[in-house]
Write a protein that binds this ligand. Sequence first.
Ligand code: ATP
Ligand code: MG
Length: 436
Amino acid sequence: MPAMPENVKKIMVRLEDAGYEAWCVGGAVRDALLGRTPGDWDVATSAAPETVLTLFAPHGLPTGLKHGTVTVEGTEVTTFRRDGSYGDNRRPDYVEFTRSLEEDLSRRDFTVNAIAVNLRGETADPFGGREDLSRGLLRAVGAPEKRFGEDALRILRGLRFASRLGFSLEAETGRAIHRCGPLLEHIAPERIRTELTGILCGEYAARVLLDYPDVLGVFMPEILPCVGFDQHSVYHCYDVWSHTAYAVAAAKPLPVLRYAMLLHDLGKPETFALDGEGHGHFYGHWRRSVPLAQAILDRLRVDNRSKRVILTLVERHDCPLPLSEKSVRRNLARYGEETLRLLLEVKRADNLAQAEAYRDRQTLIRQWEELLELVLAGGACFSLGQLAVKGNDLTALGLKGPAVGVALKELLELVIDEKLPNDRGLLVEYVKEKLL
Ligand code: ATP
Ligand code: MG
């Protein structure tokens, strides 16, 4: 197991020197044992929060005193605690501090998150976390249904760890997740969103999406009609939801991209039609996907900027992109470079989750990208900012108010279509002749 960082060790030495227990716990221990780079290291101690504050004064910040947490130069030091009763399916009504490490470990969510290591490398692992780590299993500490009932967020934490680590939910824990899914109703949308983003961005997202649509459907019922929906299409080897799951996993792990893939085909079940030959079609399904996607993004309180990008990607995921420099410039003008690159990623991921026989699209997308690089490298004009005339050139010629903007747009169109060069003199000439 990789060594703990020096600053964490120093904190633990200080606590031990003062006569208290100090252990590293939680995600960092789990990740370190897996050979992954740990994120934040958390320290658990038998010292009371006030004692921790005093020991580390003036460097300890009372960031969560009620829950026993003091932050010492970025590291959270939390007093061993046991959680009181749970009234709201989310938070304990109260917590009590304890001198027992084992009690502290028993309140934690999964066995792989309930392993503690001290300065001498001694391990406390009362629930078999290391065994589960080696077998790739997520197992609830204690009775799964009870634990998910106490705090329903653990359901989504479990799916997030499965998606990130490629672990399976141990059978009884998995069944409890299905049964307890409806409790997610009690969880704040922001919390759900954070976990969902983690689930979508995991390397093993497809497996989780395929196995737990019922759970995700508790807060996104819009996905449920897609599950098992046969496409009757030669382009597709999967039903709508399976295609969605594979398309999510095929996209780069950027939240806006993964959300776009999650939502892109939501309109399919409603727009399905069989032709005379028994082939399925979903004409204009993207148009229907947009409001369904918007409803989900609003409900999850996704920020406006991300929402705009995601909805554009959903709306345009199926639009044709002709392979020509003019089309590249037009699309640059329409979307901007950043969103256009994302759109190409969406098309790539969408196609990767379609039937093998239609993967020649990958070549087309690659060619389009090469052309995009060429056009960008050639310094092509595709935005008003790059146009060789500015608003004040046109006012100097006598244009006023909204007419200035209209003229600039017209000039940009002409330049993009190569009907005029991006040359100040020639553009001014054109305005004098045609627009005044
Ligand atoms: P990550 O790598 O995402 O940070 P983590 O396991 O470290 O994963 P944290 O939210 O940082 O997750 O929590 C640290 C530890 O606290 C967990 O490993 C777990 O032992 C415990 N824990 C956190 N949230 C809960 C919860 N809702 N219920 C029970 N235990 C929890
Ligand atoms: Mg953590």
